[in-house]
Design a protein around this ligand. Structure first.
Ligand code: CO
Length: 204
């Protein structure tokens, strides 16, 4: 039987390193989680939420899918947002895209990839919503722009969920942020897309 022993070895090493620094770390954390942040990011292995913002376990509630898409009827993503907002009472929802995203690249092309093409259709919608903004740019520039526009679109989708709208109606302090990560240098950039109340939600 294959057991991926090397991963269990790495796990022990990791847990021991943390316990050396803070012997009570896991015992304390096991009692409850109280993260301030919900991270909605891409599944890409090069974009791990906690590591990018250098935060330990317990600090970030995470949802990841291909190309960090927030679909209006995605029960999985909506459940994560609802639990994070209503139960964990996070103060910030971060939609984080990244340059060099394979999902974004695939959505720009016409090649068939199977089932995933239906998911990428949401990104093709972002191209359609922003028609005209891609003219006069080379292919790589178009890809980078689409990575950014996709984040902005998904920020809007988060804001338009009944969960976030109702939280704001109740006067909850809740901000939705749009960030992008550069896999070439490890640096995060704020796209200045932050929304803090329903009045600021872009009308689409
Ligand atoms: Co990606």
């Amino acid at each position: 039987m294959k057991t991926l022993k090397h991963l269990f070895d790495r796990n022990l090493e990791w847990a021991n390193t943390i316990k050396e620094e803070d012997p009570a770390f896991f015992a304390e954390l096991s009692k409850q989680q109280a993260p301030e942040y919900l991270w909605i990011g891409c599944s890409d292995s090069r974009v791990p939420a906690n590591q990018i913002v250098n935060l330990p376990p317990g600090e970030v509630f995470v949802h990841r899918n291909i190309a960090n898409v927030v679909v209006h009827t995605d029960l999985n993503c909506l459940s994560v947002i609802q639990f994070a907002v209503d139960v964990l009472k996070v103060k910030h929802i971060i939609v984080c895209g990244h340059y060099g995203c394979g999902g974004i690249r695939a959505a720009m092309e016409d090649q068939e990839h199977g089932l995933i093409d239906n998911w990428l259709r949401h990104i093709k919608d972002v191209i359609r919503f922003n028609a005209g903004r891609f003219e006069g740019r080379d292919h790589e520039e178009k890809l980078d722009l689409l990575c950014e526009l996709n984040v902005r679109e998904q920020v809007t989708n988060v804001c338009n969920t009944t969960i976030v709208q109702n939280a704001w109606k109740r006067g909850r302090e809740l901000s939705v942020h749009g960030w992008i990560y550069d896999i070439q240098n490890g640096i995060l950039k704020d796209l200045d897309a932050c929304v803090t109340c329903s009045d600021e939600t872009p009308v689409q």
